[in-house]
Structure formats: C-alpha cells, structure tokens
Ligand binder design. Sequence first.
Ligand code: FAD
Length: 286
Amino acid sequence: MHIKELFGKKTVYSFEVFPPKKTSPVEVIYDTLDELNGLKPDFISVTFGAGGSGNSKYALDIASRIKASGITPMLHLPCINFTKAEIDAALSEAQERGIENILALRGDINPDIPPVDEFRHASDLINYIKAKGDFDIAGACYPECHPDADNIIDDITNLRRKVDAGADHLITQLFFDNDSFYEFREKAAIAGINVPIEAGIMPVVNKNQIERMVTTCGASLPKKFVRIMTRYEHSPEALCDAGIAYAVDQIVDLVASGVDGIHLYTMNKPYVARKISEAVSGILGA
Ligand code: FAD
C-alpha cells in the first residue's frame, strides 16, 4: 500500500525503528517489532545507515518482518555514499519483497567517508527512484532548518525542489517547540509545498538522550522542556514519565492544529510507544 493514500482521511500515525548494532543478530529487534506492530500504527519506517554503521544489511529484513505482520513498512534509503548500482540493488530487493514505500535521503556527510557523488541531494535520488518503479516516496524536512543550509528560506527552496522531483509526503526532523513546526508549515505552504507533512516526535526518556539532544541535534529546547529535564534528569522513572507526558502534550497540540501525521521516533522502546499510543488513541481518532 502506498502511504500517500492515507493522508487526508485520518491523522496518520507512524513509528520509526533502527536496526540493531552490527555486533548483534537481527533477531534482537523482533520482539520489539512484535510489540510495536500490536499497537497498529499506519506504517513503521526502518532507518538505513548512510555508510559506516554496518547494520544496514538488516534494514530490508526488518522491513520484510513488518510487512509479514500486516503493517506497511517504509525503508529509509540514503544515497550520498552509494553508487547507482548499489541503489539499484536496494530498490530491486525492495520490489522483490513487496516494499513499496521509500524515504529518500541524502544522508549525513561523514568527514571520514568521501561522498561517492553519484547522487548529491535527496532530490537526485527521488528523480532516480521515480524512473525505477511504482514507489511511494517520502522526503525529510527540517522545521528549524537543515544544519548545512545558510537559512530557512534557502532550505525551503531546496525542499520545494525535493517535492517537485516527486516526494509524495514529508517527515520532519524532531522538534520540541511546536511553534517552530507551525511557522515552518506556513513558510512551506507559501513556497507552494502542498504535500502532507508528518511531525517527527522524539520522546526523551533518559539522560543519555538529553545529552545527545544538547550536543548533536539542532532542535531548540523550550524553557518548559529544559525545566522538566533538569528537574528529573537524576530520577530515571520520573524522567521517563515526564518525557512521555511532554511528547503526548506535543501530539495533542499538533493534532488539534490539524497536523497531517505524527511520526514517533520510538528509539526501539515499545513501552514508550505503547504509553504514548494509549494516551493519544482517542485524539487521533477524533
Ligand atoms: P537533502 O534534501 O539533500 O538536503 C541536504 C542539504 O542540502 C540541505 O541543507 C538542503 O537545503 C540542501 N539541498 C537539498 N537539495 C538541494 C539542491 N538541489 N541544491 C542545493 N542544495 C540542496 N540519515 C541516514 O543516514 N539514515 C536514515 O535512515 C535517516 N533517516 C532520517 C529520517 C528523517 C525523518 C530525517 C529528518 C532525517 C533522517 N536522516 C537519516 C538524516 C538525513 O540523512 C540528514 O539530515 C542529511 O544531512 C540530509 O538528508 P536530506 O535527505 O534531508 O538531504
């Protein structure tokens, strides 16, 4: 099923998972998947390392497992470190396994890995996939601007290129300030971007995540978020409850504001996904 067909009929609700570390067998994620599948999201996406992580070989197996359980899978596909032949191989395998939904990405540029340069931007990959078969294609977008872009206007101009190339819908980078999403959505609409945009929500439920947020992710941290994280960072149970409550609060506000969809970065934590799903199921269906 093509994910684009769902938008407009309901608030789309999806999950994201990542393959286990390369030192672990793929089976370690299967229990997680079984629990996530039981929550009946509209689709589950599977990340794919742009290069160097070594665990991408599992991504297709995980997507197949999701499909076998009756949930629609989406395969992430970054292009910056891959040749056309490698992308062809991934797309052919996806087709053979009946995986029809691809999140087409550039991937982060790793200073230690020179880019292959056969695809420079996600829009190049989208053009390429369009010519390869009947895929539903999603793209990534950045409410608070992609870190490589000089400013949000340039970034949205480039996002328009991605949509013009054939992106059927978009998923945002995580954010903690809903106002940044609303401003972005308005600017995108002014730029003529009229495809559905799912909001990416990351529940922050442990101290490591807070540190990673502060150092690597460009998301701005609203006062309310900082206050909560500072208060509970040394109390794991309270932090988990608070992180879930914050994510639920964001989702309630987003749905009330007519968001096209919610994409939950589950961090492979079914407990967290279940708590959030239980809290918002009535809201998503209203
Ligand atoms: P692009 O759309 O190519 O944009 C990258 C930069 O180039 C931006 O600054 C943009 O403004 C600029 N640009 C874009 N098009 C043009 C153009 N035509 N001309 C000039 N400039 C242009 N990474 C992974 O490796 N694996 C994953 O599974 C993964 N999943 C992700 C899922 C989501 C929902 C998101 C938001 C990101 C994900 N990423 C993943 C990270 C992503 O690969 C990085 O953020 C990467 O740096 C940019 O990818 P992109 O597809 O947005 O690139």
